[in-house]
Design a protein around this ligand. Structure first.
Ligand code: SAH
Ligand code: SF4
Ligand code: F3S
Length: 467
């Protein structure tokens, strides 16, 4: 009896819990898996409830003003947890930590207490920063690195479906699109050693994962110089190597910059059935003067040429995009050009945003944010409505086709159905006949909405890369 109590007491002293929320892009989700891995080594276990946590981390995004506002609201709301746990540590990690820096620690300035501020290249310093915070000192590290890729760390897949996972293959960005904070928050572009990427893919495969997404702000500029054997490994070579090693594993990647999507990469995709038939190619605008001010380094015409090349050489490949409405100086004519390009490209899916001026960017210093907010909103609505039609058309054209679907789990809406994705990255829902997550099922599409395909299973396959 006495022994057990002592044990419990002992446990209460050593067990510490971490709660983490992630905002922003897939890279940030991938970074949170590194953060959890480092924190586990410091004795922190994960909890899904902030009220049980000793440390609450928000891994933040700065891409638009409303992304930061959301984080600030959440931080404010988390302050109430301090009443019950005065020693609670609240940490801001990621891009907003990098952009706002020490100001986040100024209680007078932001009207609340934050204990830790950690930039995206400083996670290896977490063991020291958390010690400081545990002893009541505020802790900060926002130093950007030119080399850090966390290559040797094993991410903890804490929020995983056990089927699909992200692998970060590079960090940073030096494209300096004029509207974008990422070059400032993530620093210099650097690639991770291919050896560690291939070995991470292999480990995931062994553990039953069947889909990996290779991540970077611009994966096409992945480049590794093996100075020992004078070999240079570029992105097409890397993805070809992984796809051939694991024919039963699906490979996706994000994001491709249109200026760097090479014919080589298109050929590699075309010749490997397990590289997914889905390319995310953010266009941002369909008007050349706007693209020039955005510093995107391609034209609407050269963009369309790339889309055509994809459609010609990878039949059945979907193309998705990102669009910004109301960038500096955008006229009605520019806006019409964007809508017309959307129709020509026939995007299957799009993420669409209102331009948000960001401090420290080239656009902030060079151009006036002169499109009134109501005009931005109206143009965005037009773009969203058009995309909904295009997505619906794209889904309608799939009715009657049979796709190989990788099952991810039970459908959120009904226990009787399972959900998965086809190679084109469309969500497919169909009746569960005891299908396990991680299996490939051939599904005939019977109906659709603008967001989902609904079908019926016709066979279970062991392949990867059918229609
Ligand atoms: N590296 C990726 C995108 C990263 S950010 C790429 O180059 O495509 C994701 C998307 O957010 C961008 O494609 C862009 O459409 C949008 N975005 C970036 N900065 C923005 C801003 N200041 N205002 C509105 N949208 C923005
Ligand atoms: Fe931002 Fe452009 Fe880099 Fe994408 S490529 S992260 S939009 S600067
Ligand atoms: Fe946001 Fe940073 Fe990603 S700004 S979009 S979390 S790289």
């Amino acid at each position: 009896m006495h022994g057990k109590n002592q044990q419990n007491q002992h446990k209460r002293i050593v067990k510490k819990f971490l709660y983490i929320e992630t905002y922003g892009c897939q890279m940030n989700f991938s970074d949170s898996e590194i953060v959890v891995s480092i924190m586990k080594d410091q004795g922190y276990e994960m909890t899904g409830k902030p009220e049980d946590a000793d440390a609450v981390f928000l891994n933040t995004c700065s891409i638009r003003d409303n992304a930061e506002k959301r984080v600030l609201r959440r931080l404010e709301n988390l302050q109430s947890l301090r009443k019950k746990k005065p020693n609670l540590i609240i940490g801001v990690l990621g891009c907003m930590a990098e952009r706002v820096k020490e100001s986040l620690l100024e209680e007078a300035e932001i009207g609340m207490r934050i204990d830790m501020v950690v930039g995206p290249d400083a996670y290896r310093d977490l063991p020291y920063l958390i010690r400081d915070a545990e002893s009541g000192h505020k802790a900060i590290n926002v130093i950007l690195s030119t080399e850090e890729t966390y290559a040797d760390l094993t991410p903890v897949r804490y929020d995983s479906n056990g089927v699909s996972a992200f692998i970060s293959i590079m960090r940073g960005c030096e494209n300096f699109c004029s509207y974008c904070v990422v070059p400032g928050t993530r620093g210099k572009e650097r690639s991770r050693s291919p050896k560690t990427i291939v070995s991470e893919a292999g480990q995931l495969y062994e553990r039953g994962y069947r889909e990996i997404t290779l991540l970077g702000q611009n994966v096409n500029s992945f480049m590794w110089d093996c100075s020992t054997d004078r070999d240079v490994i570029n992105f097409p070579a890397l993805i070809d190597n992984i796809a051939k090693k694991h024919p039963l594993m699906r490979i996706r990647f994000a994001t491709s910059h249109p200026k760097d999507l090479s014919d080589d990469l298109i050929s590699v995709i075309a010749s490997n059935p397990n590289i997914c038939r889905s390319i995310h190619l953010p266009v941002q605008s369909g008007s050349n003067p706007v693209l020039k001010r955005m510093n995107r380094k391609y034209t609407a015409e050269s963009y369309m040429e790339r889309v055509q090349s994809i459609r010609d050489r990878i039949p059945g490949c979907t193309v998705s995009t990102d669009i910004i409405s109301g960038f500096c100086g955008e006229t009605e004519e520019d806006h019409r050009r964007t809508m017309s390009l959307m129709k020509k490209a026939g995007f299957d899916f799009a993420y669409m945003f209102k331009y948000s001026e960001r401090p420290g960017t080239l656009a902030e210093s060079s151009f006036e944010d002169d499109v009134p907010d109501d005009v931005k909103t109206r143009r965005l609505e037009e773009i969203i409505n058009l995309q909904q039609e295009l997505s619906h058309e794209s889904n309608l054209s799939d009715v009657g086709k049979v796709f190989e679907v990788l099952v991810e789990g039970v459908s959120k809406r009904s226990n009787e159905n399972v959900m998965g994705r086809n190679s084109q990255n469309k969500v497919v829902i169909f009746k569960d006949k005891g299908f396990k997550a991680g299996t490939y099922v051939s599904v005939e599409i019977k109906q659709c909405t603008s967001a989902t395909l609904l079908g019926e299973a016709v066979a279970v396959s062991e392949q990867c890369g059918g229609e």
